[in-house]
Design a protein around this ligand. Sequence first.
Ligand code: FES
Length: 580
Amino acid sequence: MALSNRNPEKDPALLRSSRWFAPDDLRSFGHRARLKGMGWDDLDFRDKPIVAILNTWSDLNTCHSHFKERVEDVKRGILQAGGFPVEVPVMSLGEMLMKPTTMLYRNLLAMEAEEVLRCHPIDAAVLMGGCDKTVPALLMGAISADIPSIFMPAGPMLKARWKTETLGSGSDVWKYWAERCAGNLCDGDWKQIENCIGRSAGTCMTMGTASTMACITEALGMSLPGAACTPAVVAQHSRVAAATGRRAVEIGWEQVRPSDIVTQKSIDNAIVTDMAIGGSTNAIVHLIALAGRAGLRLPLDRFDEISARVPVLADIRPGGRFLMEDFYDAGGLAALLAQLTDLLHTDCPTIAGLTLGEQIADSEVINAEVIRSRQNPVSASGGTCVLKGNLAPDGCVLKTVAADPKLLRHKGPAVVFDDYPHMKSMIDDPELEVTADSVIVLRSAGPLGAPGFPEWGMLPIPKKLLQQGVRDMVRISDARMSGTSYGTCILHVSPESHLGGPLALVQTGDMIELDAEKRTLHWHVSEAEVERRRAEWRKPPVRWSRGYHALFAKHVGQAHEGCDFDFLTDRSPGQEPDIF
Ligand code: FES
């Protein structure tokens, strides 16, 4: 279904920016005069789309270090197509250095993006993001502002190499850290890994949250075909950036808005993609939030319904063997989606001006080891499942494709930690009563409890068990987990313990049973005992009293609600600013 062109004659009077620059009045005189004071002329900015480039560059965002150069490619494309590029820096959320967690600030960047788009003379926007939270945040803001927007992903890093090994960010850090804790890796080797695991600019090159969200964005229809997998530092990435700039000018004229692209059907396409790539569990939270901004309800169960019929085809770490550069070389996302057309709504329009079906029609799998066939999938059903039970009445998630299959049906006694400092102080204590059959539980790690919903969910395996060769255990928390992580980690337990969810009442020794096939997580404690413990439970005090943190604490939703602020969900009425 083609997108409608709302301005086929390219009438400048229909451009949003004309409200700022066209009138013959005092205020517009000021707008024009001040741009001219910067050296621009009428020829530069009058009667053409003004395209804002929302740039999340920062010296402290290790994944966006190439954005200073890449933004020039986007500008080149905008100028080629007859637009006026304006670079607008917005908050940068760099996963590695921000504490306590970037998730605390996703909604802040979303608010900033929405308001920056709304309050300026902007006809279209290029959203430059990549590191995990920047993708959903910029999309959430653009959906709420509903100004024509196109996403330009940072692209993954090149594959890292160490000795004869290929290293993937995150996943191989956890792997070799476990070996180091087990006494199998010397200081020199560990230092060498530190020196080489970040080989270039770009986002994590495993199928972590950044790559997952980039793929989801392309499948949703919000970035150009091929954008998601193109490595950050190859020449093609510059060409994708310029093409994105050119297309931004066109959507500025045509007035193609996020509301034309982000629909119930395109959200389903995004979920199919998430499952087929064995994507990050974080995508679930972000997609619920994105849908919410578009006024769409997306219950957790929808992920499970789709997961049940979608095979995992991308053999990429942490659920598989390869890395994003291999995925790109193997044909990229389009080649993968081309095998799933019966599961996709191929008539969904994309920002490229095509339908999704047209966009992927000529794609070819070049390496069937990396992009598996339907007859030879990594896993017959989707990579993530949703569990329910008396420990998680509103649900929780498990990335089955990254778990030890032997643990997907497991019953064991809980070893409970009240919060992260408690766990950190005790986990490697030789006296800790824990075996490979234990179920490690961490509470106070959710949106309010941590606070900010950090990626603590790949709970550490006790050192004494690592030394015995144990590499996976059932672990449960109300935290998230990095998309690069792996293991039988049950995440996003909702409601969280801070609000008195059942996780708050679990005690060491309680039996917990996981059955991933039946989608259940059962806590073997009688109702009477639960009520007795609940009567003794005291709500933890609110830790934040001022500023953004207080706003977050007052308005953030739970994991199954996407953790957006309650006053930002649902479609924005789209108020335009008064210009007096
Ligand atoms: Fe930025 Fe992984 S740390 S994408």
